[in-house]
Write a protein that binds this ligand. Sequence first.
Ligand SMILES: *Cc1c(COP(=O)(O)O)cnc(C)c1O
Length: 395
Amino acid sequence: MTQSTLVRPEIPLLDLKSQWRALRDEILPAIEAVCESQHFILGPNVAALEREIADYSQSAHGIGTSSGTDALLLALMALGVGPGDAVLTSPYSFFATAGTIARLGARPVFCDIDADTCNLSPAAVRATIERDCERRDGALWHRPSGARIRALMPVHLYGQCADMDALAPIAAEHELPIIEDAAQAIGAEVAGGRRAGALGTIGCFSFFPSKNLGAFGDAGLCTAADPALAERMRVLRVHGGKPKYHHAVIGANLRLDELQAAVLRVKLRHLDAWTEARRANAARYDAAFRAAGLDGAIGLPAVRDGYRHVFNQYVIRSPRRDALRAHLAAERIGTEVYYPVPLHLQACFAPLGYAPGDCPQAEAAANCTLALPVHPDLEPEQLQAVVDAVAAFHE
Ligand SMILES: *Cc1c(COP(=O)(O)O)cnc(C)c1O
């Protein structure tokens, strides 16, 4: 037998081509219908998708945006966050979480994460408020910077809701609106069944192609229960024009495309099945790693009691993460590190004055987390091959 006959095909971290092949006959007519209508901006598909995602997320209003990043930006703008303000958030997330705060001239104030879930730690938020903040003139101020804390922005990382039962009372106590970064968490639930996007003041979703509900390009959406806030977001996403060409406020072009909305509406019909496939894959990994006796050598994803984790990523923790990753790459298995540098230590945030040691759990996570393939089209044999490769590394 030659070597080449033994090489099994690559196992990619994400495989969108299988999904496309399965949905081609549903998606192409939807795209064609938009082309026939030549209605590309804020047409019937955007309005329908907004209704459908709001319903799906148990929220009252949906406002489609040009990306998940722009959903965060729109949420912050609608709450009036700007220079002199600060937002409490997680240091362990995609850059946009903090980048949008900073782009508006406000200051991200990073509170550490919980080691097991990698989500914002309520205890760390409380500690930050007690140590660094003071109440004055009916507001909460960040003492070191003099900035006024205007919001709390938890992230539902990897597809699991942050500990909202503990975070919501902290926000309420200090009268802070909550912006949920739910980019990775459409359909995720806290105990009791309430969904991401309905747990805060504004929910922000991303439909980046690698998210659980992925567009054919960039797209996103904000949810809100408050009709006035929803209306403010609708106005801000069209440059603040209301009526058209009359601008009482300064907005931006933050709209969702009609073509993307048409694609997303088709895909939304399949989201529950895909989510169940992701969850089943995660359960299979858990069982297989335990059966192989590997649950001591690697940390398996922690799921909070009663929470519905939608596994945008299945992330293990390994003290030898980089060597394990290299081993899997040699076995042609795709992995990724979400994220290798915590936000408080990003070069661009050096002016904020954070140093190593400020968020120890986020720093530890950056050195040990590794995402394995968990997408809905992953075959059982592929999943087993990943487990076998992880086991071989530990032999
Ligand atoms: C993907 C993502 C975003 C940004 O979404 P885009 O659609 O890529 O702009 C924001 N926050 C988190 C946590 C994300 O994973």
